[in-house]
Structure formats: structure tokens, C-alpha cells
Design a protein around this ligand. Structure first.
Ligand SMILES: Cc1cc2nc3c(=O)[nH]c(=O)nc-3n(C[C@H](O)[C@H](O)[C@H](O)COP(=O)(O)OP(=O)(O)OC[C@H]3O[C@@H](n4cnc5c(N)ncnc54)[C@H](O)[C@@H]3O)c2cc1C
Length: 435
């Protein structure tokens, strides 16, 4: 087999599966099975904020030395450029200033080279990537749900979709968060080990653009990442997915549950900026199942919100009051998502989470004055569930010799660039294995 063209089946056409296919298809025959009717995965539903840093959206240094991880990330940046993403120049001096200012406020500002594609431009970028894959002979099977992994003699022999069987020499499973339940069931049957990842619980914060403009426009930093430890609980709190002039949207979590999320467009702007403020929760014993814990919080919030996100004014949360439309009308932030229930997040969240969020906002206010105003809007729940981490070697090969995993579904990434990078790591592993 070494040196010959091998057949590789990839499950999932998100960033992990697509970038792996891009690399593998230069030398091997690749088939992608994608259960939906389009390629791009959850990446296609995002607004394409690209964070070019090996420790954001996963930690690539788990798989390679730091220098190689940076090279991989820059390689992905060049690929995106090749697919038509215009790379913005960051203001290095401004970012250094912001880092110093945050430091004085007791906050870590993570300096990252970033880009923003925009939800209105992302489909074109993915379209160009898909065209390149088709030119390389990749067989993309849409509406093809991988239902079962068939193992024979200690190796994976095929993936089944109903009556259809896809045989191959090597398999890469990259089904994303949406397919992580299926992935876990399949690899558990094969005896592969796994463990729970922590989850991030928090809210989507919405403020007028002016409050964050100095940081976003002034320093040319699209998605500023601030990391803090809170005074009361010493918990890790961070900003995530900042959407300048953006819109808050509901996001399905599966099992009928949903939360709040946000996106920005390049051509359509709102007067508000939104971002996630999240506190990290890790469980040890007697229960390690962070997914179940997060689901219970989402269930409670969804029940109280009448199956709409809860919206609360920060002043009301601090004042131990439920928000009402009347009270919300006194906020000078006009909500961009109106299909919500004004309510009280303190009834749905553990006290520890509420304390972390309030303290996080207080700390952020030292760098972005106005964030901690009574008018600031909070939408909940916003929970980042991460899939169980599947045990692999540093080429993302599981204990089964011809079975690799990649992307968010395997718990090894949490973002577009991170998912794409793990796809490339797994692809490299397959190529080294088969020559
Ligand atoms: C609303 C939203 C906004 C986001 N914004 C950003 C952002 O701005 N920047 C950023 O870096 N990240 C963002 N993310 C996260 C980012 O989209 C993901 O981290 C990334 O897409 C993960 O890539 P992936 O390839 O691992 O999985 P996915 O992109 O989820 O792709 C997995 C694919 O596998 C398919 N699949 C699943 N199970 C099966 C099966 N059994 N058979 C066949 N196919 C299957 C799915 O249909 C899906 O197409 C956002 C996510 C969401 C939901």
C-alpha cells in the first residue's frame, strides 16, 4: 500500500473535513460523506471570524512544537487568501498599547492576527474551496448520512449509509459538534478512550457600537479576546465571538434546546456590538459530564423563557429584578433580537455563574468604559458545549490504526481555523502512514 494511491473516506464537510480533503486529494482518492445538502458545516453558518493563532480555537501545540504550529496556522491563512479572503493588516503598535492597557486593568488581552469574512461573503469562499476539491477529483456525496462504522480485523473496513457501503483504506471522521453524539457512539463501540472537556457558560452581551469602537476600529482588532480570573471564585472568564455592528441570533443546541449567538455582516450593519461572555466550568467527581450540566442549565433557561432566549438589562440583574419590555425600553440599547422573553437570568443560572459574569463585566469596563452600564443587554443562555475529547496520538490517529478524527466533533478544536488545522494534521498523518 505504501506509495500507492489510497482511498480515503471523510465524514463531514465542515472546515476540518474540507481542508483535510484539500490536502489529501493532491495524492489520494477522497470521498466526502456529508449528511446535509451543502458543504461548509457550521463554518458556513458563521460570519467567518478567522483567528490565526495556534492556541485559539483549540491548542495545536498538543500535536506539534510551537514553531510548527505557527507555520501550520500561517499556511491556513495563505490557503484562505487563495480562496479569496482579503487579509486585513493589524495595527501592531495599537495592539501592543491595548495589551498594556488591559494588563494594567488586571486582564490579559490575547494578541491575535484576525480576519473577518462576513456571513454574506463566506458562501463564496466555501464555493471556491469546493470547486478546487472537485477539480482535484474529490467525490462529494451530499445528503449522505454516515450511519455506522464497520470494523473488521482490528481496522475500519467501511462506513455505511443505510444500504450503501463506502469501503476505503483510511477513514477520517470530522462530523463537527452536530455529529459528536454519533461519533462518540461509534468510537465507543470500537473501544476508543475519551474524556469530557470543560464547558463555557455565559451570556451574549449587547452594547452600543461606540462602547467597543475604540478597541475594534481604533486598534483594528475584529474579535478582541480578553481573558480574566474573577475575584470571588478565581474562575476563568473570557470574551468570545465579538460581532461588531452585528446581530444577536438564536442558536439550536439539539434536543430541542437553544441559546443565543451572534454574527456580523460586511454590508449590513446594526448600531450594536455583541459578544459572548463565558465562564469555564470543569467537573471532576462524582460527576464529570459537563455536557449534561450545561444541558440542565439550558433546559431551565429555555423553560423559564417560554422557549425563547431570556433578555435582561444588566441594571435589572444587578438590582435583583426581572426585566420587562417596559424596563427594557429605558435601556438606550435597542435589542437586535426581539423574539425573546424579558426575564431574570438569576433564576436559571447558578449563583457562581452570575457572580463570574458580573465581575467579568466590571473588569472589562476598565478597558472599555460603558460595558458595565445598566443599559447593557444580556441574552441567555449562551453555552459552548465541547465534544468529548477522543484519545489519539499526535497525528489524530485513534487506537484503530486506519481511523483518524478531527475538528470540533472530536473535541480537538473550537473554531474554523482550529478545525481546519486539525483536518490538516490528520491528513498529514494519513499521508505519512500510507506514503
Ligand atoms: C452560529 C455559529 C457561529 C460561529 N462563528 C464562528 C466564527 O466566527 N469563527 C470561528 O472560528 N468559528 C465560529 N463558529 C464555530 C465554527 O463554525 C466551528 O468551530 C467549525 O465549523 C468546526 O468545524 P468542523 O469541521 O469540526 O465541524 P462542522 O463545521 O460542524 O462540520 C461538520 C459537518 O459534518 C456533517 N456531519 C455530521 N454528522 C455526520 C454524519 N453522521 N454523516 C455525514 N455528515 C455528518 C455536518 O452536517 C457538518 O456539515 C461558529 C459556530 C456557529 C454555530
Amino acid at each position: 500500500m505504501v506509495g500507492d494511491i489510497v482511498n480515503v473516506v471523510i465524514v463531514g464537510a465542515g472546515p476540518a473535513g474540507l481542508f483535510a480533503a484539500y490536502s489529501l486529494s493532491k495524492v489520494h482518492q477522497v470521498t466526502i460523506l456529508e449528511k446535509r445538502g451543502f458543504v461548509g458545516g457550521s463554518g458556513l453558518h458563521s460570519d467567518g471570524k478567522l483567528n490565526f493563532h495556534p492556541k485559539i480555537g483549540g491548542d495545536l501545540t498538543e500535536f506539534m512544537p510551537e514553531g510548527e504550529a505557527w507555520a501550520l496556522v500561517y499556511g491556513i491563512r495563505d490557503l484562505f487568501k487563495g480562496f479569496g479572503v482579503e487579509l486585513a493588516q493589524s495595527d501592531e503598535e495599537g495592539l501592543n498599547q491595548l495589551e498594556a492597557e488591559a494588563s494594567r486593568a488586571g486582564i490579559k488581552f490575547v494578541k491575535i492576527e484576525q480576519n473577518h469574512i462576513g456571513s454574506d461573503y463566506l458562501p463564496d469562499v466555501i464555493g471556491r474551496l469546493r470547486k478546487r476539491l472537485e477539480e482535484n477529483g474529490v467525490d462529494i456525496r451530499l445528503k449522505t448520512d454516515a450511519s455506522e462504522i464497520i470494523a473488521e480485523n482490528g481496522k475500519v473496513a467501511a462506513v455505511k449509509n443505510g444500504d450503501e457501503t463506502f469501503k476505503a483504506d483510511a477513514f477520517l471522521l470530522a462530523p463537527g459538534r452536530i455529529g459528536s453524539g454519533w461519533l462518540i457512539d461509534q468510537v465507543r463501540k470500537l473501544g476508543v478512550e475519551m474524556r469530557y472537556n470543560p464547558i463555557d457558560v455565559g451570556v451574549r452581551v449587547e452594547v452600543p457600537n461606540e462602547v467597543m469602537d475604540d478597541v475594534i476600529q481604533g486598534y483594528g482588532c475584529w474579535d478582541p479576546k480578553f481573558h480574566m480570573y474573577t475575584p470571588s471564585y478565581d474562575d476563568f472568564v473570557r470574551t468570545f465571538c465579538v460581532c461588531p455592528a452585528g446581530f444577536v441570533v438564536p442558536e439550536p443546541y439539539g434536543d430541542g434546546l437553544f441559546g443565543a449567538n451572534g454574527h456580523s455582516m460586511r454590508d449590513t450593519k446594526s448600531d450594536n456590538t455583541n459578544f459572548a461572555l463565558l465562564t469555564r466550568m470543569k467537573l471532576t467527581e462524582p460527576i464529570e459530564n459537563t455536557t449534561e450540566y450545561g444541558k440542565r442549565i439550558a433546559q431551565l433557561a429555555n423553560t423559564l423563557g417560554g422557549y425563547k432566549p431570556i433578555l435582561q438589562r444588566l441594571g435589572d440583574l444587578r438590582g435583583y429584578k426581572r426585566s420587562t419590555w417596559d424596563r427594557l425600553s429605558r435601556s438606550h440599547v435597542n435589542p437586535t433580537l426581539r423574539k425573546v422573553t424579558p426575564g431574570d437570568l438569576a433564576m436559571a443560572y447558578p449563583r457562581r455563574v452570575i457572580t463570574d459574569l458580573l465581575e467579568g463585566l466590571e473588569m472589562l469596563d476598565r478597558v472599555m468604559p460603558g460595558i458595565n452600564s445598566d443599559s447593557t443587554l444580556l441574552y441567555g443562555p449562551e453555552i459552548k458545549f465541547y465534544a468529548m475529547r477522543i484519545a489519539t496520538d499526535n497525528q489524530l490517529r485513534t487506537g484503530i490504526p486506519n481511523l483518524h478524527v478531527a475538528g470540533d466533533g472530536a473535541g480537538v478544536s473550537r473554531g474554523i481555523v482550529g478545525a481546519a488545522a486539525t483536518g490538516l494534521v490528520a491528513a498529514r498523518g494519513i499521508m505519512e502512514q500510507f506514503g
